[in-house]
Design a protein around this ligand. Structure first.
Ligand SMILES: Nc1ncnc2c1ncn2[C@@H]1O[C@H](COP(=O)(O)OP(=O)(O)OP(=O)(O)O)[C@@H](O)[C@H]1O
Ligand SMILES: [Mg+2]
Length: 512
């Protein structure tokens, strides 16, 4: 009866050991301890079949020195362990001193002829396949036939080990699958954002590509300038994915999109309880970008109050989380972008001069689309192909439609062109869109141009004729002003207006 209770206790402890660790070695070691302390079994070994060599190798050995352990290699079929492996049947050697098959390979048992040791050997199976062997020594001077009991316990334990091996293999395989997947996705990203997928051969764009190539390898801070929709983010990604940091994260923060009150914790993270709602400690974008690249979009909109802390991070790559006192060091490459006139922000004391110089180490300027019209047909072809595939269509443009697009000013730049083409591909019922048909999709855009060009609040679309006339008038004036560097007299001349007239209209349309 006592023996039965001991067995139950041992089995209970053993299942606890397996439940507490996913690490096969750790769990099996505990199991051996339990077998020896509760059931008095001596020297236990777990040997597993090594897939590549086809040999049985000791995974866990209880009561063996590491020297002895190293000698414990068997071939399948060799010795008792090898035989159990080959047959998948348990074996018992009642007295190893009398057994010629017993190899005593490890040399752990010194005088096997005078110590009465029984050797119990149990196959470990997964889905009916023998994958290893569990064996224990048992002194037998104290009893006659506990061996049957021991075998029963070992059968259960071997079954549990089999389960654990299976789980470990599943976990390892899953891990490997995730690693492979991750590598594949990383590779795809590197391809997708590679410079060769940026469309355009205009000389000014070739200069941009050259700069990208040159800075990618360095860790220099890059400041990308250009109007809205010119491809600043695209270039930022091309730099990251063309650099040695490509395998590490590319983290983007849009300084204009995050409310000022949240931006600090967004960038630098916060400690638990730093403010109401900070339930957990959270890593900021700087930490997330460790060893990778942090892309600060719309850096011109970085709140003035945050700029000093920001400057310090750029200089020292060190900061504290909000509500935290320990200093965190990171290794982050900074790429910043803005469509804002930073020099003007400097003059208006909205942007710190020291931060400006810190960011402006390598400036890259992306010209607006209207200054590289040779690229327009290439971009049309590129987007047309993409949207036709995405929407299962085969839309084409007539020559005159292409000409209209080449002539158009595209104040929203590549993004505007992209949107226009997607809309056209989705909406059209025709196979070929001509200039007249295109008009419909472009007119819509006049209004969105204005929003982009002047940063006014979005207003509901006004499709009435007077509304359209106003929209066109406003756009023409904005554009003329832009071309004349803001000199009203020159813009008025260009438009055939008097100075007074243009002044009135600028006021009326609230043009910056
Ligand atoms: N040369 C190009 N080749 C292909 N696609 C481009 C190119 N330039 C821009 N695009 C596409 O145009 C869109 C706008 O680009 P992106 O977001 O990089 O512009 P941005 O300068 O960051 O604009 P914003 O200032 O409005 O944020 C994206 O969909 C981008 O893929
Ligand atoms: Mg952008």
């Amino acid at each position: 009866m006592d023996q039965k209770i001991l067995e139950l206790t041992a089995l209970y402890e053993i299942s606890k050991a397996f439940a507490s660790s996913l690490d096969l070695k750790v769990a099996s070691n505990k199991v051996m301890d339990i077998l020896s302390s509760v059931l008095g079994m001596r020297r236990g070994t777990l040997t597993l079949l090594h897939r590549e060599t086809g040999e049985l190798v000791i995974e866990v050995a209880h009561g063996l020195t590491s020297e002895e352990k190293k000698r414990g290699h068997y071939r399948v079929g060799e010795g008792i362990t090898g035989k159990v492996m080959a047959t998948g049947e348990p074996m018992v050697v009642p007295d190893i001193g009398q057994e010629p098959l017993f190899l005593n390979r490890t040399g752990a048992r010194g005088d096997i002829e005078h110590e009465n040791i029984a050797f119990l050997c149990m196959p470990v199976k997964v889905y009916g396949d023998t994958i290893g062997v569990l064996s224990v020594d048992r002194l037998f001077d104290d009893q006659t036939m506990l061996i049957d009991d021991d075998l029963r316990v070992l059968t259960i334990v071997a079954g549990q080990i089999g389960q654990a091996v299976k789980v470990t293999e599943m976990v390892t395989q899953e891990r490997q699958r995730l690693i492979d997947r991750n590598q594949r996705l990383e590779h795809e990203l590197q391809n997708k954002f590679h410079l060769r997928n940026v469309v355009g051969h205009d000389r000014k764009m070739e200069e941009v590509y050259e700069s990208v190539d040159r800075v990618a390898e360095t860790r220099a801070t890059v400041l990308i300038r250009g109007e809205s929709g010119t491809g600043k983010e695209l270039i930022a990604r091309a730099i990251h994915y063309g650099s040695a940091r490509a395998g590490a994260p590319f983290i983007k923060v849009n300084c204009a999109a995050i409310p000022e009150s949240l931006l600090e914790s967004e960038l630098f993270g916060h400690e638990k309880g730093a403010f109401t709602g900070a339930i957990e400690t959270r890593k900021g974008r700087f930490e997330q970008a460790h060893e990778g690249t942090l892309f600060l979009d719309e850096v011109g909109d970085l709140p003035f109050a945050l700029q000093p802390k920001f400057l310090r991070v750029l200089q020292e790559m060190q900061f504290e989380r909000v509500g935290g006192s320990s200093t965190i060091s990171v290794d982050v490459r900074i790429i910043a972008a803005t469509h804002r006139d930073l020099e003007r922000l400097l003059r208006d004391n909205m942007f710190r001069e020291d931060l400006y110089y810190r960011l402006n180490v390598v400036p890259i300027y992306i010209p607006p689309l209207r200054e590289r019209i040779a690229d327009i047909p290439l971009l049309i072809e590129h987007f047309l192909q993409r949207f036709n595939t995405e929407h299962g269509k085969s839309v084409e443009f007539s020559q005159d439609a292409v000409e209209v697009m080449v002539q158009h000013k595209w104040l929203g730049n590549v993004r505007e062109l992209e949107n226009c083409l997607e809309r056209a591909v989705i909406m059209t019922r025709n196979k070929v869109i001509d200039a007249k048909g295109l008009g419909g999709y472009m007119n819509l855009l006049l209004h969105s141009d204005l929003v982009v060009a002047t940063d006014i609040e979005k207003q509901p679309h006004d499709y009435s004729l007077p509304g359209s006339v106003r929209a066109i008038e406003r756009e023409q004036i904005s554009e003329a002003l832009r071309e004349c560097g803001g000199v009203k007299a020159r813009a008025a001349k260009l438009l055939g207006l008097t100075k007074r007239q243009i002044g009135y209209k600028i006021q009326k349309y609230n043009i910056e």
